[in-house]
Design a protein around this ligand. Structure first.
Ligand SMILES: [Zn+2]
Length: 240
């Protein structure tokens, strides 16, 4: 159930029996010369909409932008600073609290959002008796293990074949296939990095990943596994 496609009377009816909502959040940032700028928010959105449809829960419009400061040296990246993102998250949640929503489950596609979302949740739960969670799909132990079986340590940390596979599954026409081979550089670095530092360390935007392993079929598999696992995690969260 997409909030954007509902009327306020339908939301009113929903609130008579439910007080949970799913919010997809991602980023607009470079994903190597192969991956799409929208990779993180496109994946969060597809998982969120599928879970929401399966179990008749409202999913809000996607928060497409995220905290991507370290990717700003690559053209097309758009980043929201942590303080701005905290303010946006608080405004969204406070709006929904005003209507009677009490449980907020963020399905996240971008690691850079985690600390900021958790900071916003700490501020919000000091002021209001609500429940918030951010679920980063690739960090779930079951999904992580599943991905490892296909990609091993060549999944890496950014522009990963597990995320690029899913976007090939959703938007095959956006890709120039097959993808050329990549070398992996595992040299040490300090974190967080400035935009210039990131580009020095990871010149083509990948972080120890091999996007040439990405395929449509694996994308379908990883997506379906993610929906299954995250749906269960949502129901656990809702039932606490
Ligand atoms: Zn990503």
């Amino acid at each position: 159930m997409k909030l954007a496609l509902m009327t306020y009377t339908q939301v009113e009816t929903y609130l008579q029996s439910k007080d949970s909502v799913i919010i997809p959040i991602g980023s607009v940032e470079q994903h190597s010369p192969v991956g799409l700028m929208g990779t993180d928010h496109l994946i969060a959105e597809e998982i969120a909409y599928q879970v929401a449809e399966n179990i008749k829960i409202i999913a809000c419009p996607t928060l497409s932008y995220g905290m991507s400061n370290h990717h700003l040296a690559f053209p097309g990246t758009i980043s929201i600073n942590p303080t701005t993102l905290i303010a946006v998250l608080k405004d969204i949640i406070t709006s929904l609290v005003g209507h009677g929503f009490k449980k907020f489950y963020f399905i996240n596609g971008h690691g850079g959002n985690i600390a900021t979302c958790e900071a916003a949740f700490s501020e919000l739960t000091r002021e209001q008796d609500i429940r918030c969670k951010i679920k980063s799909w690739w960090m779930d132990p079951t999904i992580h293990q599943y991905i490892k079986e296909f990609f091993g340590d060549r999944d890496g940390h950014h522009a990963t074949p597990s995320e690029i596979s899913q976007t090939i599954y959703f938007y095959k026409k956006a890709f120039d296939l097959p993808i050329r081979d990549f070398q992996i550089d595992r040299s040490k670095h300090h974190w967080p990095l400035s935009p210039e530092g990131f580009k020095r360390q990871f010149p083509d935007g990948r972080m120890e990943s091999d996007p040439s392993l990405a395929t449509y079929d694996l994308g379908k598999k990883v997506f379906e596994k993610s929906v299954e696992v995250i749906q269960k995690d949502f129901l656990d969260f809702e039932g606490l």
